[in-house]
Write a protein that binds this ligand. Structure first.
Ligand SMILES: Nc1nc2c(c(=O)[nH]1)N[C@H]1C(S)=C(S)[C@@H](COP(=O)(O)OP(=O)(O)OC[C@H]3O[C@@H](n4cnc5c(=O)[nH]c(N)nc54)[C@H](O)[C@@H]3O)O[C@H]1N2
Ligand SMILES: Nc1nc2c(c(=O)[nH]1)N[C@H]1C(S)=C(S)[C@@H](COP(=O)(O)OP(=O)(O)OC[C@H]3O[C@@H](n4cnc5c(=O)[nH]c(N)nc54)[C@H](O)[C@@H]3O)O[C@H]1N2
Ligand code: SF4
Ligand SMILES: [Mo]
Length: 694
């Protein structure tokens, strides 16, 4: 029997934790946290442990498939890789010749391993790369950019050293990032306070010292009153404000009317509680982290909520501080060379983007664009036809509102390809499925992690693929070879790694021992005087010229949240520790632990409707209804119902997940058009449903 360990990277969610995989005789026995990363504490989360459930499950696409019937009919022809890649490349080449390269679009789910496929798009000459972020963290990113000129990841969350952490629509103990969870738990053992602002008591709220149950849709009101209180009681950091903030006076004038008493009416959180909370924060500052949020695609003012959070952090001087939001360092900041980029092989395409970002919408960051606007362009064929689309590790039919509407938006596509390791609604609706090897069966390109102590890391393959699936670099190389991009047509991952490491002084074998290479010996916090924001003034700018130039206010007055109609509820959603988005429900190990979602509904509202805990209820919007079991509880705001996202699968190739639970995205009529014009993200929680006993 041969046994060995492989240092790799988890792929069960976007967090991508460092892992150690125990392999015997080519079989994965056990997955642990990488022991060389102390904050992993040797463990992964329940989903990370279920990686074996994924690879040894036969209910996933096992060979390339080409559609035979109509889209979505489920009639497939098995194909060899050569046939499938020839088919896709031939169609893409035809589309390119007929409509131009710009008519090819591509979306992915973001992350650190993108350089290679983004280079492929540049090589083809299309500007239409998008990722899923308009369904996730785009508002946070744009809020950070608008105030600091830097993205949201330019600062770290120094949870381990924090004295007070605030989670607002951020459920750290269930929407898990293992290192963050462990660091926060360590800090709490050392006396760190935890405050949670949420519409329901989640697991983070149970652990919190201070829980504020807020009326759904009113977070902006609460935060404006917090800013009011910080300024009027003069508990801000005067040194930080003086040296690093531009526009303080305008802010002070703007929040003058937003008193804690005013906010109490909107939010349901008492003025006294708000005042006591602000006092506590000021005492702990600057070792405070008010988390700016992650899944912040919820309301039409979510961008401004995220901005208000960053503003509060700045007022408290948490930027750059130990235990606050220290600045991360790039390889160049520590005297090292970054990886050689495949994207640099080609010029940036000069065509304008189909989603309008960069020319029609100049206040948005171009990089990943806004996918919902790309889909609009696919339907309108404006500003030009988009005819070929590759959904690459992306399931928009589960992740965007109103799947039936979205399918219509795709009707004019001449080619729809899904690259995926699991069945999904998007894969089922595609013309071609290129089955990706799950993360334990594939290598990824090397990635850089900017951090207090930057590093390179790599995903090693733990075992050979069980089925006829391929790694993403093999799929892209296969297409590149057929589309006249020989510089991206690689036969081995080692050649790719060597290309990337060329100028770095690092060798492939340096990753063998731990899966990563540190680029600095110790973490370093910037001195106060070293702090410089990437805005025109070099300061944290309350008034953004870019926003104002595009007729978007930097300080937007609060607009009261809508009340649900009689017998209606605002539909809210989130994550749980046992599943990732829509793609783990059919995982045999995770399914066993949680086969369906339930509908959280407040005790009094349920009682008025004659609904008891465990009853099956019908949830309806317009004429669409699905049923689900009710969880009757005091721990949710009466105006809302809540579900875990990702359930309600209706594909019979997933025998376990089939017909289990409710799909929240199907109760968002017109939702593709309801988005935050300032921050760019879809506003998923501006929808209402009614509930009746079944
Ligand atoms: N109604 C509603 N809509 C939502 C949400 C919600 O809560 N409610 N959540 C939103 C959020 S936060 C997000 S991020 C998006 C997510 O939406 P997506 O980005 O589409 O999410 P996933 O289901 O994680 O991944 C899509 C596909 O990628 C494939 N895949 C291949 N390789 C990998 C890998 O290495 N890792 C992972 N994770 N997947 C891989 C999987 O097979 C899966 O089918 O949805 C958003 N949409
Ligand atoms: N286990 C697990 N972990 C994950 C993921 C996963 O699928 N499963 N996905 C990863 C991804 S892609 C993302 S984006 C992150 C998401 O990480 P989070 O954004 O932290 O996760 P969510 O559960 O979507 O939302 C957090 C909380 O927002 C609350 N909430 C809803 N509406 C409101 C409101 O109006 N006001 C306030 N104050 N709170 C509200 C919900 O009740 C929920 O408790 O998690 C990541 N980690
Ligand atoms: S949080 Fe869990 S599922 Fe996500 S990468 Fe880490 S171990 Fe994997
Ligand atoms: Mo997300």
């Amino acid at each position: 029997m041969t046994k060995h360990s492989v240092y790799s990277v988890c792929g069960m969610c976007t967090v991508r934790c460092p892992i150690k995989v125990e392999v015997s005789n080519g079989h994965v026995d056990f997955i642990a946290g990488n022991p060389f990363v102390p904050a992993m504490k040797g463990a992964v989360c329940p989903r990370g442990a279920a990686g074996t459930g994924l690879i040894y499950d036969s209910e996933r696409p096992q060979t390339p498939l080409i559609r035979e019937g109509k889209r979505g009919e489920g009639k497939w022809k098995k194909a060899t890789w050569d046939e499938a890649l020839d088919y896709v490349a031939d169609k893409l080449n035809k589309i390119k010749n007929k409509y131009g390269a710009r008519s090819i679009a591509f979306t992915d789910r973001g992350g650190p391993f993108r350089d290679f496929h983004r280079a492929f798009l540049r090589g083809l000459g299309t500007p239409n790369y998008n990722n899923h972020d308009s369904s996730c963290a785009r508002n946070v990113q744009h809020a950070a950019l608008s105030l600091t000129g830097m993205g949201r990841k330019a600062v770290a969350y120094d949870l381990k050293n924090s004295k007070h952490v605030v989670l607002q629509f951020r459920n750290i103990f269930e929407a898990i990032n293992v290192q963050e969870v462990n660091n926060l738990m360590d800090a709490m053992e050392n006396g760190c306070r935890l405050s949670v602002i949420d519409i329901r008591s989640n697991v983070s709220a149970y652990k919190a010292h201070n829980f504020m149950k807020i009326r759904p849709g009113t977070d902006y009101a609460f935060n404006l009153a917090v800013i009011h209180e910080i300024i009027s009681t003069r508990v801000f950091d005067p040194k930080f404000v003086q040296k690093h903030i531009e526009g303080f006076k305008a802010l002070e004038e703007f929040v003058a009317r937003y008193t804690p008493e005013w906010a109490q009416e909107e939010t349901g959180i008492s003025a006294d509680q708000l005042r006591a909370f602000v006092k506590e924060l000021a005492q702990a500052a600057p070792a405070v982290i008010w988390h700016p949020g992650w899944m912040a695609a919820r309301y039409t003012d979510s961008f401004y909520i995220c901005r208000s959070i960053y503003i509060i952090n700045a007022l408290l001087g948490t930027y750059g501080a130990k235990g606050g939001l220290p600045f991360v360092r790039k390889p160049g900041d520590v005297g090292r060379k970054d990886l050689k980029s495949f994207m640099d092989l080609y010029p940036k395409p000069s065509e304008k983007r189909a989603d309008g970002v960069g020319w029609k919408y100049k206040h948005f960051e171009e990089g990943p664009g806004l996918a919902h606007l790309l889909y609009e362009a696919m339907e309108s064929q404006e500003p030009y036809p988009v005819k070929g689309y590759i959904a690459f590790r992306h399931d928009p039919l589960t992740g965007y509102p109103e799947p039936d509407r979205l399918k219509k938006m795709w009707d004019k596509l001449e080619l729809l390809v899904s690259v995926t390791f699991s069945w999904s609604d998007t894969a089922w609706h595609s013309d071609v499925i290129l089955p990706l090897s799950p993360y334990l069966e594939r290598e990824s390109i090397i990635a850089t992690k900017n951090a207090l102590k930057p590093q390179f890391f790599v995903r090693h393959r733990a075992v050979a693929p069980c089925y006829d699936t391929k790694a993403d670099w093999e799929i892209i190389s296969g297409l590149a070879r057929r589309m006249n991009l020989p510089e991206l047509a690689f036969d081995s991952i080692e050649d790719i790694w060597n290309f990337q490491l060329k100028d770095t002084g690092v060798h492939i074998s340096d990753f063998d021992k731990t899966g990563m290479v540190d680029l600095a010996s110790a973490p370093r916090y910037l001195d106060f005087d070293e702090i410089k924001f990437k805005t025109p003034s070099g300061k944290f700018e309350i008034i953004s010229k870019k926003l104002e130039d595009n007729k978007i206010p930097s300080l937007k007055p609060y607009v009261s949240a809508k009340n649900p109609g009689k017998d209606q509820f605002r539909l809210t959603f989130g994550r749980c520790a046992l599943h990732t988005q829509g793609h783990t429900v059919n995982n045999p190990m995770l399914f066993e632990q949680m086969p369906e979602n339930v509908l959280w509904i407040h005790t009094q509202r349920a009682s008025a409707l004659g609904i008891l805990d465990g009853d099956t209820v019908n949830v309806t919007q317009n004429n669409y209804t699905e049923s689900i079991k009710a969880k009757v509880t005091d721990f949710i705001h009466p105006e809302a119902v809540f579900v875990i996202h990702g359930f309600g699968h209706r594909l019979n190739v997933e025998s376990r997940a089939f017909n289990k639970g409710l799909a929240d995205n199907k109760f968002m009529a017109g939702g593709m058009k309801i988005w935050d014009q300032a921050g760019g993200a879809i506003a998923y929680q501006e929808h209402f449903v009614s509930v009746k006993k079944a």
